[in-house]
Design a protein around this ligand. Structure first.
Ligand SMILES: Cc1ncc(COP(=O)(O)O)c(C=O)c1O
Length: 374
């Protein structure tokens, strides 16, 4: 029997109401490979040579086999053990994800229900709110305070008590303001709000050294979840691998909403090699911190408005229109992120910090187009 043509041309079935109302989260990530990429805070030099060697050594025959994850949680624990002063981490307290983006998505999927609340700050990393929206959660976003973007601690505390949110998302240090909330304060918030899962996105903690990991005992404080990634320090952004670290029960719940093979074999092999070569990560972070000091000095002496916090990035407000400077830098082969239209940071550019040589290239081009005196 022939299918009824009329039913073939009618509209497709509707998705869930929340999905129908939202837009896909997209970032301008195409056509970037030939540029000096100071727009997405990635590692700017590539991964450790031992990662490259491990990837090249993957036998062809492994391509047809589903990925294997044995030992990767233990490798994360070993990697973190030098950070753990008081309490030790267990493999069951580590969740493996296809990038921290996937860990964030899974956390909302597991914990965020229709009508629940997400409490967070603004401006912050852009993926939290679409994840909340797709679950039908209500979003309370409290602005950073003043010219130096201080963490709105008092208001967050009040909102925790008044709204009893299911999730509190703290990006620490915050992307894009670099704001750091000290680890002891976050621990205190967790004790004060036991019904809220406090997710601390520590993607950039290596650049400020303010992690909760050395302090938190996830058995006695089960409502803290830390997110770590190999994208920004280890140079594995393309492979997509990230970790959630927290109470074993929370990790197990979050892992329930992921597919069995969401992380591919290349990412697993690269992660083992990257986690083992801590010296490479440490030396890259040291180079970025050195470059951060250098660019900070140039920014101070230029008199340009800027804001530099705890991450591998800073905000700068050019005197010329941000669109023009962004385009002029692109002509010179340099990408930066234009923050025009974003609350509190309107008209700024976010610039990632790479090596000192890369910062010198950026600064020479920026100074030329801004007509800054040498
Ligand atoms: C604060 C923050 N969290 C998470 C992510 C995503 O990290 P991943 O590459 O591990 O998915 C980013 C990427 O820019 C980020 O800035």
């Amino acid at each position: 029997m022939k299918p009824n043509q009329q039913s073939l041309t009618s509209s497709p079935p509707l998705p869930r109401q929340e999905v129908e109302q939202m837009h896909a989260y997209t970032a301008p990530l195409e056509g970037r490979r030939d540029f000096l990429r100071l727009d997405f805070n990635e590692n700017t030099i590539g991964p450790s040579p031992s990662v490259i060697a491990a990837l090249k050594a993957i036998p062809d025959s492994h391509l047809s086999i589903y990925p294997e994850y044995d030992g990767l949680r233990e490798a994360v624990v070993d990697h973190c053990s030098s950070d753990m002063c008081t309490v030790s981490l267990k493999p069951s307290q580590v969740g493996l994800f296809n990038g921290v983006d996937a860990a964030i998505h899974a956390t909302f999927h597991a914990y965020g229900d229709r009508g629940n609340r997400l409490l967070t700050t603004t401006p912050t990393f852009g993926y939290y709110t679409p994840c909340a929206a797709m679950q039908g959660m209500d979003i309370i976003a409290i602005p950073y305070e003043g010219e130096t973007f201080e963490f709105p601690l008092k208001k967050i505390r009040t909102a925790l008590t008044e709204h009893k949110p299911k999730l509190l998302l703290i990006c620490n240090p915050n992307n894009p303001t670099g704001t750091i909330l000290n680890a002891e304060t976050i621990l205190q918030l967790a004790v004060e709000a036991p019904e809220t899962l406090i997710v601390v996105d520590e993607l950039y903690e290596a650049f400020c050294g303010s992690s909760l990991l050395p302090l938190v005992d996830f058995d006695s404080i089960p409502n803290i979840l830390l997110l770590r990634s190999l994208s920004k320090t280890a140079g594995l952004a393309s492979l997509r691998i990230g970790f959630a670290i927290g109470n074993a029960d929370v990790i197990e719940k979050i892992s329930r909403v992921t597919g069995p093979y969401d992380i591919n074999s290349f990412a697993v092999t690269a992660a083992f090699a990257a986690l083992k070569d801590k010296a490479f990560i440490d030396s890259y972070v040291a180079e970025v911190l050195h470059a951060r000091d250098w660019i900070n000095k140039q920014l101070i002496s230029s008199g340009t408005r800027y804001h530099l916090g705890g991450g591998n990035y800073f905000l700068i407000w050019p005197k010329r229109k941000p669109d023009e400077i962004e385009a002029a830098l692109k002509e010179e082969g340099i990408l930066v992120r234009n923050m025009t239209g974003k609350a509190l940071i309107d008209n700024s550019l976010r610039v990632s910090i790479g090596t000192i040589t890369q910062m010198k290239t950026f600064w020479a081009a920026f100074s030329k187009h801004e007509h800054l005196e040498k």
